[in-house]
Write a protein that binds this ligand. Structure first.
Ligand code: GDP
Length: 278
């Protein structure tokens, strides 16, 4: 299955959680009659109760022949190291902006890191249903902001989708009458605009944990993207640190992401975002 890894960036309240729930719904992860409110990006408290602190809040979906991993990004500069590491795991970002408020200063930091990491942006102008929405000006402001933050030509050549996450509709056209149900335009744009992760599944295994986590049952967990090769449970691998220290260890458990959950898997290939325990 082909893969796409993207991070989602939004100022608080611009509709990230609602949009991710719509995306889950579109991919068939929820039945229509289930209450999906506040499930996805806000599931952190639930995870804490189970003794798992999620550093990378990842939502994974299957759409057409693709597996799409959507990584959450923390909203502000306090997490600068984490933002950089998230940007190194993805090939694109979705910027969600309120169609009335426009881009807020708090997202500048994360966007700058995205441009430095050379990832491709997609812009979603959300809340197009608001009576005072001003999507055309907001798009101009976003373009100015991208230029100011040092975006390269390829990054300035981004696709824009206008959405009402609340109504589960979107369109490539800012005219509200063109909105259609579902998030198909956003998902198709992720597939067409964001490059597939690089890496060779037949090469020697390379994996660098980008984030560390801890769980009382399995101990330390490293979350990251498999850069090259394949990894399997039970496999003995060598850890090498920057200072040259090396150590062998056996991989106890591997986790992938599906929907809002971390699921146990037996093996993973180059390009996949996984968690390794052992
Ligand atoms: P987050 O903080 O970015 O995750 O934002 P939420 O998804 O929690 O949304 C914040 C608020 O905006 C909630 O009250 C949503 O119901 C509302 N909201 C989200 N999307 C839309 C939209 O498309 N139109 C309108 N009018 N409100 C929306």
């Amino acid at each position: 299955m082909e893969k796409r890894n993207v991070a989602i960036i939004a100022h608080v309240d611009h509709g990230k959680t609602t949009l991710v729930d719509d995306i889950l719904k579109h991919s068939g992860m929820f039945r229509d009659n289930e209450d999906v409110s506040n499930l996805s990006m806000d599931s952190n408290d639930l995870e804490k109760e189970r003794g798992i602190t999620i550093l990378a809040k990842t939502t994974a979906i299957h759409y057409k022949d693709y597996k799409i991993n959507i990584l959450d990004t923390p909203g502000h500069a306090d997490f600068s190291g984490e933002v950089e590491r998230i940007m190194n795991m993805v090939d694109g970002v979705i910027l969600v902006v309120d169609a009335y408020e426009g881009a807020m200063p708090q997202t500048r930091f994360v966007l700058k890191k995205a441009f430095e990491a050379k990832v491709k942006p997609i812009v979603v102008i959300n809340k197009i249903d608001k009576p005072a929405a001003r999507p055309v000006q907001v798009l101009d402001e976003i373009l100015d902001l991208f230029i100011e933050l040092g975006a390269e030509d390829d990054q300035l050549d981004f696709k824009t989708i206008y959405a009402s996450a609340m109504n589960n509709t979107c369109s490539f056209d800012p005219d509200i009458s063109t909105q259609t149900e579902g998030m198909g335009e956003i998902l198709d744009t992720i597939i067409s605009e964001i490059p597939a992760p690089s890496g060779d599944a037949n090469a020697t295994l390379q994996f660098q944990p980008a984030l560390l986590d801890y769980n009382e049952f399995v101990g330390r967990i490293g979350i990251g993207r498999v850069t090259n090769g394949k990894v399997k449970t039970g496999q003995t691998v060598t850890i090498s640190r920057l200072d040259g220290f090396t150590k062998q260890f056996r991989i106890q458990k591997l986790f992938g992401f599906l929907g809002l959950k971390r699921i146990e898997i037996k093996e993973a290939h180059a390009g996949e975002i996984i968690a390794i325990a052992g």
